[in-house]
Design a protein around this ligand. Sequence first.
Ligand code: AMP
Ligand code: TRP
Length: 374
Amino acid sequence: MRGHQKLSLCLRSSFIDHSRGHQKLSLCLRSSFIDHSRGHQKLLGGLFMKRVLSGIQPSGKLTLGNYIGALQNFVALQHEHECYFMVVDLHAITVPQEPAALREQTESVASLFIASGIDPSKASIFLQSHVPAHAELGWLLTTQTYMGELERMTQFKDKSAGKDSIGAGLFVYPSLMAADILLYNTDLVPVGDDQKQHLELTRDLAQRFNHKYGATFKIPEPFIPKVGARIMSLDDASKKMSKSNPNPGSYIALLDSPDEIRKKLSRSTTDSGREVIFDPQNKPEISNLMTIYANCSGLTLEAVAARYEGQGYGQFKKDLAEHVVQVIEPLQEKYRTIRSSGEIGRILKEGAERVGTVAEQTLRSVKERMGFLL
Ligand code: AMP
Ligand code: TRP
């Protein structure tokens, strides 16, 4: 890492983007300069692949919102990027969890990663708690985070609203998320729109640390889909579709039966008009359903609007349900195969072993810079 730093310094006139400079440099000089952070990085066509990392909490059931906003992109990115996908169990305990339910949901979410199309031979799938460096860097970064920054987080405000006893973990959660990302010199973080603010804080923390202790962390970029970054509730299009909503009619769970999906979509709230037009301002419910339709059918929003011109909502909702079922049925079949195979434990262990070395190296360099005796 130090070797790299010096090199990128003396060549900074030709390498304007430092992160890129590093990438190219480590390629041509990799025999003489061992960049620990890049040491494990995969090559594609002779160039280092960009590193992608994301996580999903094992709290409750995953929804179609998680699939469209996050999982679908994980799958698309795995072919040309070095991907790390984790189940963030340490984040899930920031709200109360029953131990047996947490175990079940953790295995279920990891299996849903694979059922959605993530290939464990291409991407590393692991549990956050299997790599102890997350908790340790999480603490180190908590000490670098300001109260005011955490108080501004809308997810904290939403999750703590109206509650009497709020665990301190819920408040410092964004520092742990920053640690998740920064441990791996991540380039891209595919997430839904609701995580934008956490990503901005991660970038601020990385910059603050680099400024104070010397270049250590790579500054990650968010990767947010243009269509589907915020799938809304079926009963109220002003709220995002969420697995923690007490009304199950408000979301489609990835493990809902086809009949449940049909029922939920036919009962979904729509305005009193009858035109299928994409207009999020004036027709938020129908626009949300159109977004789901476009995603599950592969059609553009314009093509969906054209198909239902002059037809009203009835046929549109029926067809929408069939498109959703066509996506979800094969996913569920694959899910059942994975769960019954008993393979998931091994996949998670292997994933954690693969990524653990990278995490350890970053943690070591952070501790060294902060003044810990190693
Ligand atoms: P969570 O379920 O909160 O752990 O979220 C996991 C991922 O799914 C994150 O990247 C979220 O941004 C994304 N996500 C969750 N709900 C939605 C939604 N309703 N629409 C789009 N993306 C979502
Ligand atoms: N905070 C994210 C959510 O609630 C989950 C998460 C934790 C995450 N660590 C991450 C997402 C790192 C991306 C990268 O959805």
